[in-house]
Design a protein. Structure first.
Length: 478
């Protein structure tokens, strides 16, 4: 009798161990190594042993109810189908950790989604969602929430309960506001609310102490909260294509910033409303890139000369008539865009930028260049097109690494022989000037690949002479 009881006990324990083994959550490594089923037919042969099911891009019109039999399912991918409804019974898949419902035709998410408390990732991008259930806030282990490409107008306040959330993307929706509870997400590292209808950013974002990426481009924001300066770990901030009228001085306290984008739409005069920047922007010692294109700036703060690590600076399409000489201190600057402004002169201190590779000065009112430009030893591209230059400074002949030189649409009468000493020059654009002849030494420009002399005062005879001087593989435009 005792042996029978012992056998029954052992059998019971083995059964319990087996059930526990089947129902436990797999860790990341185990999930990676688990078999992935790509066919519903194959998965249904032994549904309780299916941990990963990928039915993406299968042209499914309905949620396959057979999936509900896979009680140990932990990864479910139904991406890019034509599913319109998710059944409430999805709550039975209690072990789901990753759920991808992106690129379907869902108009709503059932409230029962809140029962999937083990979810780490939820992707419902590119559907037809207008709202989200409050029960979403029950997913306390959620780390990644992808909501982009829908028509969501408001986020539930319960989103503030997702305290393990690290990445939330809500791009291209119809959001008009962000709930203040967003400030509860202390672990959030990436926040993308680009391409919405936001008019303001709540002060609560200043509580997102671990935020690394904040993308709020393409909204209708006119100002940033002063609390933006509390984001001490933020390296990436994109506020481009909004309607900024001011930038708070507190932004200078966000000293981890490496990339700052404030530019507006091209040719959109209505959005050129920023006018000026606070001097505190000079405190952003780690800044690598800054884009201020088409913001309406009429001046640049002297303090920007303290951005010692900046490598790319775009100040194009503004109302600038001068820049502070302090910009000559930007020793790491590689690309500087000053095009489409009102410059008549350029400060000689720009010649002190030892690492400058690209300098764009096109579409200004420049008549002469300082000789110090010839000190830009690493310069590879110089664009001076659409200015009022009459004489090319021979100091440019010192630019030994120059590859692209554009003087089109100026008032140049003569090309100095010295220009032909630019041995590495590959492209020379002299279109629409008043040039009547080219020096014979042009034949020595062995690296030249393209030259544009169209719309000048060249006679047919001169064109023939120039053509014979140039190597046959050089592309020409006359």
């Amino acid at each position: 009798m005792n042996k029978i009881l012992l056998l029954i006990l052992i059998s019971f324990l083995l059964f319990e161990v087996n059930v526990f083994a089947q129902n436990r959550l797999l860790d990341e490594d185990e999930l990676v190594n688990a078999d992935e089923f790509l066919s519903l037919h194959e998965a249904m042969k032994n549904p309780e042993k299916v941990y990963k099911l990928n039915l993406g891009d299968m042209e499914l019109d309905e949620f396959p109810m057979e999936i509900l039999e896979m009680t140990n399912l932990q990864i479910l991918d139904l991406w890019q189908n034509n599913i319109e409804v998710i059944p409430s019974e999805i709550q039975d898949l209690a072990n789901l950790q990753y759920l991808n419902l992106g690129s379907n035709k869902l108009a709503e998410i059932p409230k029962e989604i809140g029962s999937l408390v083990n979810l780490i990732m939820l992707d419902v991008e590119s559907n037809e969602l207008i709202s989200l259930p409050e029960e979403l806030g029950n997913l306390i282990f959620l780390q990644n929430l992808a909501l982009g490409g829908n028509q969501i107008e408001i986020l539930p306040n319960s989103i503030g309960n997702l305290k393990n959330l690290r990445d939330i993307s809500i791009w291209e929706n119809k959001l008009q506001e962000i709930p203040g509870t967003i400030g509860n997400l202390k672990n959030l590292q990436s926040f993308d609310v680009s391409e919405n209808s936001l008019r303001e950013i709540p002060a609560a974002v200043g509580k997102l102490s671990n935020l690394k990426i904040f993308d709020i481009r393409n909204n209708q924001i006119k100002s940033l909260p002063k609390e933006i300066g509390s984001l001490k770990l933020l390296p990436y901030l994109d506020v481009s294509y909004n309607r900024l009228e001011s930038v708070p001085s507190s932004l200078g306290s966000a000293r981890a910033l490496q990339m700052l984008y404030l530019q507006n739409q091209e040719n959109d005069k209505q959005e050129q409303s920023l006018k000026k920047l606070p001097g505190s922007i000079g405190n952003l010692n780690n800044l690598r890139q800054i884009n201020l294109e088409n913001t309406g700036l009429t001046s640049i703060p002297v303090e920007m000369g303290s951005l010692h690590d900046v490598q790319i600076m775009n100040l194009s399409k503004n109302q600038l008539a001068e820049i502070p000489s302090s910009l000559g201190k930007l020793k790491n600057l590689r690309e500087l865009n000053l095009s489409y402004n009102r410059f008549k002169t350029i400060p000689s201190t720009l010649g002190k930028l030892p690492n400058l590779v690209q300098l764009l000065l096109n579409h200004n009112l420049i008549e002469t260049l300082p000789s110090s430009v010839g000190s830009l030893g690493k310069l590879r591209e110089l664009d001076l097109s659409s200015n009022k230059i009459k004489i090319i400074s021979i100091s440019l002949t010192k630019l030994n690494n120059l590859l692209i030189l554009n003087f089109s649409e100026n008032e140049i009468l003569e090309i100095p022989v010295e220009i032909c000493k630019l041995e590495k020059l590959q492209q020379l654009n002299l279109h629409a000037n008043l040039i009547k002849t080219m020096p014979n030494e042009i034949a020595k420009m062995n690296s030249l690949e393209y030259i544009n002399l169209r719309d000048n005062d060249l006679t047919d005879e001169e064109i023939d002479r120039i053509t014979k001087l140039l190597p046959p593989d050089v592309k020409t435009r006359f």
